[in-house]
Design a protein around this ligand. Structure first.
Ligand SMILES: Cc1cc2nc3c(=O)[nH]c(=O)nc-3n(C[C@H](O)[C@H](O)[C@H](O)COP(=O)(O)OP(=O)(O)OC[C@H]3O[C@@H](n4cnc5c(N)ncnc54)[C@H](O)[C@@H]3O)c2cc1C
Length: 308
């Protein structure tokens, strides 16, 4: 086998699993298309991760985690995993775009990807006005009008962040109240640049080369309106990145992997961690907890098989 443990995904869950596995002395490879970063690197500042009373930059915390993993001898591959298979002799073959690797155990922490709206015009304006990352693209909309769609904490946080650049932020949510916590609702309501459009859905988007507007429907009155916006940021939910392990795990109706408390799956030696698994709270704190537990369980699995 090439490695004792392969960790798939370099978000907080995967990085933590790699830190624990590396520190435990296991020959560990972490695979991520960007070498790590995950969702935190798409947000400006994290305010609720313990130990940082002033907050910490999303990219900064992920860079620190990657440095820590490397310091414990973890190798990091810039690659994407296409499929994971259980080998006859008990280990795993991890097939990537660049070839493949083998390992005695795998921690799968590939997170989620953002959902689209599924409305006419959307595909045409992806990356031409439609974005999933305010931190990456917000500065392109200085003094413009942008809309944010969603009612969870990500949508509200990013709406507030976008007021740094945009002259107006329309916050569009299909329900009449948010799913987000009170702290973020308060920040939205105190911000004069944010206009809330509750019980409202986006019906279509339009533009020329770039996005110029959206059509929305008020679900209470049925009124349909055209709004001029140059940017549209979508935070309408997530889909788990489960494809490479789909045949090795059980999932719930939404595709999230079912795991035991020790992060084990129905395939011995395959552990999951972070947002990709079914759980009540998807945050950095819970992802790092999952990552530590998954690495600990992988270590026990290897020790029971006399791997060290
Ligand atoms: C805009 C935004 C703001 C947020 N703000 C906060 C906050 O303030 N506080 C907080 O606690 N949480 C916040 N979150 C949520 C938090 O970021 C996630 O809960 C957390 O990142 C989940 O970690 P993860 O490691 O499970 O997954 P992810 O962070 O999604 O990382 C998964 C990694 O796996 C990689 N990957 C995917 N498929 C493959 C593959 N086939 N092969 C190899 N690698 C793959 C991805 O590229 C990614 O790097 C925020 C999320 C967003 C989007």
């Amino acid at each position: 086998m090439d490695y004792d443990i392969i960790v798939v995904g370099g978000g907080p869950a995967g990085m933590t699993a790699a830190i624990y596995a590396g520190r435990g002395g296991w020959n560990t490879l972490l695979i991520d298309p960007m070498g790590g970063g995950g969702q935190p690197s798409t947000t400006d500042t994290i305010y609720n991760y313990p130990g940082f009373p002033e907050g910490i930059g999303g990219t900064e915390i992920m860079d620190l985690m990657a440095r820590q993993a490397k310091a414990f001898g973890v190798k990091i591959a810039f690659d994407e995993v296409a499929r994971i298979d259980k080998e006859q002799e008990g280990g795993f073959r991890v097939t990537t775009g660049e070839g493949g690797h083998t390992a005695k155990a795998v921690v799968y922490a590939a997170g989620t990807h953002p959902r689209k709206l599924g409305v006419p015009g959307e595909e045409k304006y992806l990356a031409k006005g439609i974005s999933f990352c305010a931190t990456c693209d917000g500065a392109l909309f200085r003094d413009k009008v942008v809309a944010v769609v969603g009612g969870g904490d990500s949508a509200l946080t990013e709406a507030v962040f976008l007021t740094k650049y945009a002259k107006e932020v329309l916050l569009i949510h299909r329900r009449d109240e948010y799913r987000a916590g009170m702290a973020n609702v308060k920040l939205v309501r105190e911000n004069p640049k944010i206009k809330e459009l509750l019980s409202t859905v986006v019906e279509s988007v339009r533009g020329e080369e770039f996005l110029t507007g959206i059509t929305v429907r008020d679900l209470r009155s049925g009124e349909v309106r055209d709004l001029e916006v140059q940017g549209l940021f979508l935070y309408v939910g997530w889909t788990p990145n489960v494809e490479p392990v789909k045949h090795l795990v059980d999932t719930d109706d939404h595709g999230y992997v079912l795991a035991a408390e020790d992060m084990s799956t129905k395939t011995p030696g395959l552990f999951v961690a972070g947002d990709v698994r079914r759980k009540p709270l998807r945050q950095i704190t819970t992802a790092v907890g999952d990552g530590a537990t998954a690495a600990w369980s992988a270590e026990n699995y290897l020790l029971l098989r006399g791997a060290k």
